[in-house]
Design a protein around this ligand. Structure first.
Ligand SMILES: [Zn+2]
Length: 306
């Protein structure tokens, strides 16, 4: 009887350890990536006379948060908290601008369980910058990337100059941004296969996984500096240094396709992080250390021009 009890107990412990490992500790990292970007084609699509290319990129922090380490990198229980930010980026042209990423307002931010600070003044500046902008481009349809459009006093006006894809509008997560009813009734979303030329120097690159409408945004400045906004493939560079994705449980909650994300991560790691000859600057939307480094090196500016 005692032996049977002990056997059951051991089996229960083993099952528990296995469940914790599979749900929280195992991070996807394929041997070979099936994802790739043809940058010669992307550069061709971005090409325009120098005077028409954007001249600079600005970053504005709308809010900050702190995620538990294991939420960012599977099994990372040692790291207490991972600092993240919710920024908006302004691509500045000689005459005009494009806004990439439009985080949520304070009411929606307060629903985010790991939030720290919300910068009301910066949120107002972002709204003003959107009014002045020629185009608005979210990397994907999550509330922290387009919620500020839905919550804008001029939502209909802003939507008219927002590039949204068919997948984004039809996706299961856009509802969290709480767009007013019938917002998309007269909106014609874009449809594209791999790449889409959005403006001089700006090309969209299809990269579903984190959400079905997730995409990268390539930007080439007049001075030759190139950027690849990679949205939420990773939240911080820790995934690359640890070579591990988010845990299964976190992916499940966000309805992610882990296979697609892991192949994108592997590709970005090999082409950029482990490649000393690469020249394109990756921009992960939520990684404050990376943005600060770019600002320190003069690649980006802090604050918006309005
Ligand atoms: Zn996000």
């Amino acid at each position: 009887m005692l032996i049977l009890f002990l056997l059951c107990f051991i089996m229960l412990v083993v099952a528990l350890i296995l469940a914790v490992y599979l749900l929280l500790c195992r991070g996807a990292w394929p041997k070979k990536s099936g994802f790739s970007i043809d940058f010669s084609e992307v550069r061709e699509l971005a090409d325009a006379p120098a005077r028409e290319l954007p001249v600079s990129i600005n970053r504005l922090i709308i809010a900050t948060g702190k995620l538990p380490g294991w939420v960012v990198v599977a099994g990372d229980f040692g790291k207490r908290r991972s600092v993240i930010e919710f920024p908006s980026f302004q691509v500045v042209y000689e005459t005009g601008s494009i806004i990439i990423e439009v985080p949520f307002n304070e009411r929606l931010f307060n629903k985010f369980p790991y939030g720290e600070e919300f910068y009301v003044r910066n949120y107002g500046l972002m709204q003003q910058a959107m009014e002045n902008a020629d185009l608005i481009i979210p990397t994907h349809e999550h509330w922290d990337h387009l919620g500020g459009i839905a919550q804008s006093d001029d939502c209909a006006g802003i939507l008219r100059k927002t590039i949204l894809t068919k997948e984004q509008i039809g996706g299961p997560t856009i509802a969290d941004a709480e767009f007013p009813e019938s917002s998309f009734d007269n909106l014609k979303p874009i449809e594209y296969d791999r790449y889409y030329s959005a403006a001089p120097g700006v090309v969209l690159i299809k990269a579903p996984g984190h959400s079905i409408g997730h995409q990268f945004v390539f930007v080439r400045l007049r001075n030759g500096n190139e950027f690849l906004f990679t949205g939420d493939v990773v939240w911080t560079n820790d995934n690359f240094s640890r070579k591990r994705s988010r845990p299964w449980l976190v992916s499940k909650k966000r309805m992610e396709n882990r296979t697609q994300i892991s192949h994108q991560m592997k590709y970005l790691y090999e082409e950029f992080h482990a490649n000393v000859n690469q020249t394109i600057n990756l921009v992960s939307t939520h990684d404050p250390r990376q943005h600060e480094e770019y600002i320190f090196r003069g690649l980006m500016k802090s604050g918006f021009q309005v």
